[in-house]
Design a protein around this ligand. Sequence first.
Ligand code: EPU
Length: 436
Amino acid sequence: MDHYLIQGGNPLHGEVEISGAKNAAVAIIPAAILCHGVCRIENLPEISDTDTLLHILTCMGARVRTLDRGTVEIDAADVRLDPLPDEMFEMTRRIRASYYLIGSMLGRFGAARSTMPGGCNFGERPIDQHVKGFTALGAQVEVGSGFITARASSGRLRGSHIYLDKVSVGATINIMIAAATAEGLTVIENVAREPHIVDLANFLNSMGADVRGAGTDVIKIRGVSSLHGGTYALIPDQIEAGTYMAAVAAAGGAVKLTNVIPKHLDCISAKLREMGVEVTEFGDSVLVRREGALRNTNIKTLPYPGFPTDMQPQAGAVLCCANGISSLTEGVWDNRFKYIAELRKMGAVVDVNGRTAVIQGVPRLTGAKVRAHDLRAGAAMVIAGLAAEGVTEIEDVRFIERGYQDLVGKLRALGADIRCVDVPEEETDPAGINAG
Ligand code: EPU
């Protein structure tokens, strides 16, 4: 079992290259099965979620070739719906984005079968809006015994008008993928506007689809009979970039982040500036510097262009290091504060009331043994560990590795004292410190 050990207190200095966007990659890989021709995807992050999805595609009969770091070719000519091996369903159960296979199988075959998706646990994660979309496109959808099956009554989906009752990234993506090869026009209203929604639209269009309006709250898709192959480079990861910005804010120092789109970081940069962090934008890089004390602020997460929920735990760790009282409100998920209990082990003073955490900054966090409850909670632990006095040991780092390419290597190159150690399973949490 891998753990991270961090000796806190080193400011960060230097340059870090941001990888391709995880949440774009996990949508675009499944969408590649719509293409009759080879899809070359560049700037793909090397993380376990993308490895899992590529493996799932090979289980379906796709040929996947890794060309060099960050570039793969997917040839989905021989992809099939039946038979699908049990091994594939073990993987689809583990990750959230596996539900995009429903949209892509429906688009390719007019039928789909997969498991209910896994992913980070922050309360209920319904899929009613996905089902609403597929149903409107003419599919009969059944959810039961851990599986989702769907079948287009007429063999091919038909364009439709869909209003999402909730702004959902996943439902927007799934319906876009399914509608790309449906017959006729699909209009989706009240859609999510995250950068990876635009990236998916650009990918689909570069493969021959006709998707308009991504980035606004109405998307129009004129279905085409099939997509062709091509080459597409993913956008940089907004949340990975934000995580390094937060790390500099908490630990101090000056770091240049390269391969970023500064516009996507506006909401994060604005909050960090309020806290006294300098953020200077260049064409495709930002310089983040923090020398003086951090000021308190209030943050509420919202769908894009609001402050991202996927930066909420990292922001929580930074606010623990600021002077005064801050408030942090979660506007997307019901239960995304589990990591607060871990921060308290490091001396954080936080009261959680419903969806709001009130954080009293402390002069210094102290190292402790903590757990990564999920991907971003784990990132928050790393940030707290970098800023803390003493040694922090983080368990369950496999969650972190689902979404951050070489976090340890990139932080070490910036001067952090962090390493990954293999701890035999029986030695993990010997006193049951983190049980339950
Ligand atoms: N919702 C519904 N019904 C649905 C779908 C969503 O009520 O059918 C609700 C959810 O319960 C939630 C809200 O709508 O309250 C937003 O959920 P959304 O569908 O936008 O989330 P998601 O697609 O399941 C993606 C990211 C998450 C990120 C959210 C919000 C992927 C694979 N996951 O999840 O990313 O938190 O959007 O931005 O893209 C992460 O990267 O750490 C992560 C968890």
